[in-house]
Design a protein around this ligand. Structure first.
Ligand SMILES: [Zn+2]
Length: 126
């Protein structure tokens, strides 16, 4: 926590400020529910639906063939989630959006390219 008198950052367990010896625990604490809410939002960005969906689509995009659709959807939603966090930083979800973009993009485009190569190879055979 920050010392209310001099602003020095102190360990939460410190009884007195390390800099000015101000007693810290009489100072008003910041509202606890907001902090808890923010850590949940970091873990599960429920206020950023696009980023959260992108994360799950990205995670399941390893499934062959189905992964083309899941991955590309994850990629697009990840981009949406990214711009949503930039506009609303309190919504969180940057990591989830990036997982959607990177993992979804990797498998989505990877399987798409593989499928195209396979189709081309099959057509050339015939
Ligand atoms: Zn102080």
């Amino acid at each position: 926590m920050y010392c209310p008198r001099c602003g020095t950052q102190n360990d939460d367990n410190n009884f007195r400020c390390t800099s000015c010896k101000q007693i810290l625990h009489d100072a008003p604490q910041p509202a606890r529910p907001v902090q808890v809410d923010n850590s949940i939002a970091t873990l599960i960005p429920y206020r950023n639906g696009a980023a959260l969906s992108a994360y799950y689509l990205g995670v399941f995009s390893f499934i062959p063939f189905l992964g083309i659709f899941l991955g590309l959807a994850g990629f697009v939603l990840g981009m949406k989630g990214r711009s949503y966090v930039i506009a609303h930083p309190e919504a969180k979800g940057t990591v989830h959006a990036w997982i959607g973009i990177l993992v979804g993009g990797f498998f989505g485009f990877g399987y798409l390219i593989l499928t195209i190569i396979m189709v081309v190879a099959l057509l050339q055979k015939g």
